[in-house]
Design a protein around this ligand. Structure first.
Ligand SMILES: Cc1cc2nc3c(=O)[nH]c(=O)nc-3n(C[C@H](O)[C@H](O)[C@H](O)COP(=O)(O)O)c2cc1C
Length: 340
């Protein structure tokens, strides 16, 4: 994959991406997004660079992916440039198209270890990480960061320029500060300003509801990222405000849990709970089914709930079901977001 890939992609039009999300963006989630909206570029959830280097089991679970997910971006976190170098080589060998470095996670335990947002302050280490990686691999390297510790005016621009000089091929910025974590509204002003000072593409992130909303927020940027807006709603990546019918929703729910079970066995059934309830978020008549879904223990349990919905709401199967678009972002709590 050429280091200019992002630049070439940006020339074709706005880049629409799935934001990296711990506990979400595994291979099944990415396959579902790509199936519904094939043009979407998917970032993985984050993995420890040290963990990848030392654990064959993590290499196997994190790096195996389906051809459907291509071009795949694997995100890693850590603080040791040597570990990043070795992890990047493994990621390249596994066939990923890019490697992305997390320099924005605000979780206390992550920051205390010198990872994530901490690298916005330890900038020499941040630059060395990118330098080491870009010397070691041919695939492009990107960085995902935040506006800064308390505001973008502090040093977002020199920080990102340093990353570009060190070899980063793309920067994506979540329009909140470390101190904000997930509170308040995302502010894109600093991200637009940043783009004026870089030659590499910049992607904006924070509170995008769907593709059309991403276009509204795009400004001078090369693309946008959608995170929470995609929970239970892979259709959010389609232009034109696509609204699925109940039948389409149930079909994708079925495929999602099947992929989870195929990839993770029993753990996949337990993980299905949180994903499946989100597909039914924002509808008035689903309380009973959501209650059943959060306690499913087997594939038979899941199948039964979905069959009941089909049977008991057969009149809605071909109806396009509109839900409050803000529903997921407004009601989501940041408990558990990249270990918060
Ligand atoms: C559950 C959850 C897990 C997340 N995990 C990661 C992660 O692993 N790496 C990362 O860079 N950002 C992570 N984030 C932050 C998102 O990538 C994104 O920046 C943030 O959710 C704002 O975008 P949104 O408003 O579209 O959700 C996570 C967010 C959530 C909600």
């Amino acid at each position: 994959m050429s280091k200019d890939f992002w630049k070439n992609l940006a020339l074709k039009g706005p880049i629409s991406t799935l934001a990296p999300m711990d506990g979400y963006c595994d291979s099944p989630y990415r396959q579902i997004v790509k199936k519904v909206a094939p043009e979407t570029i998917c970032f993985s959830e984050f993995y420890s660079a040290d963990g990848l280097v030392h654990s064959k089991q993590l290499q196997q679970s994190a790096l195996s992916h389906n051809i459907l997910e291509k071009p795949l971006i694997i995100q890693i976190f850590g603080k040791d440039p040597e570990m990043f170098r070795k992890a990047a080589i493994l990621i390249e060998q596994a066939g990923a198209a890019w490697v992305d470095v997390n320099m924005g996670c605000p979780a206390k335990k992550v920051v205390k270890s010198g990872h994530g947002s901490s690298l916005m302050i330890h900038t020499d280490t941040a630059f060395r990480i990118i330098e080491e990686m870009s010397k070691a691999v041919k695939i492009p390297i990107s960085v995902k960061t935040r506006l800064g510790w308390t505001g973008w005016e502090e040093h977002l621009i020199p920080f990102a320029q340093g990353l570009e000089n060190a070899g980063a091929n793309l920067i994506s910025v979540h329009g909140r500060t470390y101190q904000q974590a997930f509170s308040g509204k995302a502010d894109w002003t600093g991200i637009y300003e940043l783009k004026k000072h870089l030659t590499i593409p910049v992607i904006g992130n924070g509170d995008v509801l769907d593709y059309d909303d991403g276009l509204k927020k795009l400004g001078n940027l090369s693309g946008f990222m959608i995170g929470r807006g995609s929970f239970g709603n892979p259709w959010c990546f389609l232009p034109g405000g696509y609204i699925p019918t109940l039948s389409e929703i149930l079909t994708i729910m079925h495929e999602h849990w099947q992929l989870l079970v195929e990839h993770k066995g029993r753990k996949g059934i337990l993980e299905s709970r949180k994903h499946l309830v989100q597909y039914l978020h924002g509808f008035a008549w689903v309380k009973e089914y959501r209650k059943s879904l959060v306690s499913v223990e087997s594939v038979e349990d899941i199948d039964m709930v979905l069959a009941r919905i089909r049977h008991e709401h057969s009149n809605l199967l071909n109806v396009k079901l509109e839900r409050g678009k803000e529903a997921m972002i407004d009601t989501w709590t940041d408990e558990g977001a990249c270990g918060l």
